[in-house]
Design a protein around this ligand. Sequence first.
Ligand SMILES: [Zn+2]
Length: 207
Amino acid sequence: MQNTNTNTNAGRLITTSKIFGVTLLGSLCLAFNTAADAQTKPAPAPKDTLEFYNVHTGESMTVTRKKGELISDRTNLFMRDYRRNEKANMSPQLFDLLGDLKKSIQKRYPNISVTFKVVSSYRTPQTNSALQRAGGTQADKSQHMLGKAMDIAVDGVPTKDLRDMATCLKRGGVGYYAEDQFVHVDVARVRYWPSHDYLKGLKCPKN
Ligand SMILES: [Zn+2]
């Protein structure tokens, strides 16, 4: 009986060791696969989530997208010229810029939930002309007519700070509208208005 018991115990021991061997081998394979996956599959691009509130229509929208991704039709509709109910293809670069601007805001104001208040985005040539005739300062070749510009404000962020953070990104035009409390951003060439004076004292964070 004792012999039988010993044999059984030995058998159990071998079985356990085999199971252990298989388990160990399995873990190694898993580790190898993970390493191989890391080499072949690039890490998925992070997505930006942008919250918008249109001050004219009262509509809100959340846009989640990867950098460079085309702008959805739904987003284009949200960004429409509300006066004429016409939409255009909005620039992906503009939304890339807003994604980076949001990151800058979150760094400086970590307790703020960032919602971009949209004062103006797409503008038809007809609306642009009408605003000019009404005494506005809209440019003849406004980037708004190309879907490459947005006038924005963010609750809790002073307009001046928003201007400074947009300026530090150096991605296009930045217009400062102190009285109306919004900032124009576009993705045309880098330029600033109405004044360049603030650039001298501007300290941009190092990334
Ligand atoms: Zn503008």
